[in-house]
Design a protein around this ligand. Structure first.
Ligand code: ACO
Length: 311
């Protein structure tokens, strides 16, 4: 079974309710039919009309949203208007436990999906920040975990500081374990330097992040700073970082910032022929973003991953 098949099988073992706020978007409608037919999850399609049809529920969500955001200056009128927006309404369903997770982004931009999730769902207890993992399945099975690599952060945090980067590394190792079934995540903290081959403030940040990640997760194999080839290619890893438990055999790659991470996953996808999809990590309840160019299958796969995160 490939990664997607494994995730779908797991989703089917414990059915979760997943909200699709873009419920009148054609790919989403088709995906919901497939999700129901395959028994992957219980999809809940939202539209402005379906929301308006249940006034007591809308009023309850508006009041709860106001309570959650009043300290940030929201008025009751503004909360009522936001609650009628399918994205915010869907987030409130998840927040209040009336759905188990949310998938959106076939129409909305990443920022428009992320902001309500960050404002309402918030981080899980013990998590400092929300970030993302890209699950990359490469045709060349010599790399990573039989071709499977987990990249972070390619979606959320534009300029993580050392502490944030260390937290991203630990959260990504956890996603590799829980969602991808990788029993031994080997985390490479990527840079343009390997073990002091270059000196720069940007490299110092990665070194500091490596130390923080190791202190947060002493039982996880984490090493840095490593260049991409030193992380993945055994001969280069042995030459540039001898004795490293990660170099040459990494299956989790942590990029130093969002520019590197976003460009890196797209190069792997387009030039390397990898299939991929992203999940958010660190949220108190699972909510995931789609690319606006997504296919029906992408939506089905992301719903399956969201359902597994909710289990
Ligand atoms: N983790 C947890 N909470 C966060 C995070 C985070 N990483 N970032 C922001 N927040 C919280 C803030 O604390 C704030 O909470 P509050 O309102 O309760 O105080 C709330 O989110 C909003 O924060 P802002 O800083 O006002 O929001 P901002 O306008 O900066 O938006 C966002 C945050 C959307 C994540 C922004 O950083 C962003 O746009 N990131 C890049 C998204 C993107 O375009 N990615 C690339 C494309 S995706 C792709 O290619 C697959």
């Amino acid at each position: 079974m490939n990664l997607v098949e494994r995730i779908k099988a797991k989703a089917k073992s414990d059915i979760k309710r997943i909200v699709l706020p873009e419920g009148d978007e054609p790919r989403t409608v088709k995906a919901a039919e497939a999700i129901r037919a395959e028994g992957i999850a219980e999809p809940i399609l939202l539209t402005p009309e379906s929301i308006a049809a249940d006034v007591p529920r809308l009023e309850r969500y508006a009041a709860a949203l106001y309570e959650l955001r009043k300290a940030k200056g929201i008025t009751e009128e503004a909360a009522a208007k936001l609650a009628a927006d399918p994205m915010y309404y869907g987030m409130m369903m998840v927040k209040l436990g009336e759905a188990d997770g949310l998938v959106s982004g076939a129409v909305h931009s990443t920022g428009d999906m992320l902001r309500p999730a960050l404002q309402l769902i918030k981080t899980a207890p013990g998590m400092k920040l929300v970030s993302s993992s890209f699950l990359m399945e490469c045709p060349n099975r010599d790399f990573g975990e039989g071709g499977l690599l987990v990249y972070a952060d390619c979606v959320v945090n534009p300029c993580p500081n050392a502490e944030e980067l260390g937290n991203i590394a630990v959260a990504t190792a956890e996603t590799a374990r829980k969602l991808c079934g990788i029993s031994e995540p080997r985390v490479a903290m990527l840079s343009f330097s390997t073990k002091g081959s270059a000196n720069h403030a940007l490299v110092d940040k990665v070194r500091e992040a490596t130390a923080i990640a190791k202190s947060l997760a002493p039982d996880t194999l984490i090493d840095g700073e490593l260049q991409f080839d030193a992380a993945l290619v055994p001969e280069v890893g042995a030459l540039k970082a001898p004795g490293s438990p990660v170099a040459g055999r990494a299956n989790v790659l942590v990029f130093p910032d969002l520019q590197a991470g976003n460009i890196g996953y797209k190069i792997t996808q387009r030039l390397g022929g990898a299939s991929c999809f992203a999940v958010l990590q660190g949220l108190a309840k699972p909510c995931n973003d789609l690319s606006r160019g997504c296919s029906v299958d992408d939506i089905v796969n992301t719903v399956a991953a969201t359902a597994v995160q909710a289990q």
